[in-house]
Design a protein around this ligand. Structure first.
Ligand code: E4P
Length: 218
């Protein structure tokens, strides 16, 4: 299972990369704005900084909603660095643009996916990644994890190579449940990755080992 970090915060990205388990980064316009990154030039420069920090795929989202605009923006983003994955919204023109980029060998991440039917369309269009938003479904009392299970079954039935990228992950249990369901990737905040470390018995056990070592070496 790949771990992506879902942020535009350079310090969090650097910390996750240094931790040694990071496979990539996802961003979106809201995450950029949260870091105060505005304007096309600044956003482009920020993507370059993110690519320099990590080894894996970096999703960069288009803001156009028409096919021609998405193609123009996506081509410019893809030209920044081979790590860039063009992130496209699941709308009709987004699916058309996904097919266009897929035919050209440019990686895509189809985002804002909330149903199995949408995920089927993204796979048919050759998406590299599909991003079901599990946290936002949970927010409206709908089982986000069930969507991961449905997409897994559909993709396995037909051997679709599109990778399921569980998005809108909020906490460690989302990560573990997505892993149990066979999600190919999860993207979440730094806390959802670091939280996996925690177990009181690990801390207690380590303290005891160190204490016993000291006793034996006095
Ligand atoms: C996915 O790529 C999105 O950036 C993200 O996971 C959305 O998460 P949120 O629902 O916490 O905003």
């Amino acid at each position: 299972m790949k771990f992506f970090i879902d942020t535009a915060n350079l310090s969090d990205i650097a910390e996750a990369q240094a931790f040694g388990v990071l496979d990539g980064v996802t961003t979106n316009p809201s995450l950029m704005a949260k870091e105060g990154i505005t304007g096309a030039d600044n956003i482009t420069a920020h993507y370059k900084k993110i690519c320099d920090l990590v080894d894996g795929d970096v999703s960069a989202e288009v803001i156009s909603t028409d096919f021609d605009g998405m193609v123009k923006e996506g081509e410019a983003l893809a030209a920044l660095n081979p790590q860039i994955v063009v992130k496209l919204p699941l709308i009709a023109d987004g699916i058309k643009a996904c097919k266009y980029f897929s035919d050209k060998g440019i990686k895509t991440n189809v985002t804002l996916v909330f149903s199995a039917g949408q995920a089927l369309l993204a796979a048919k269009a050759g998406a590299t990644y599909v991003s079901p938003f599990i946290g936002r479904l949970d927010d409206i009392s709908t089982d986000g994890l069930n969507l991961i299970a449905e997409i897994r079954q559909i993709y396995d039935n037909y051997g679709f190579e599109t990778q399921i990228l569980a998005a809108s992950v909020r906490h460690t249990m989302h990560v573990i449940d997505c892993a149990k369901l066979g999600s190919d990737v999860m993207t979440g905040p730094l806390s959802s990755i670091k939280g996996l470390l925690k177990h009181p018995l690990t801390d207690i056990g380590l303290a005891k080992f160190l204490e016993d070592y000291k006793k034996g070496n006095q």
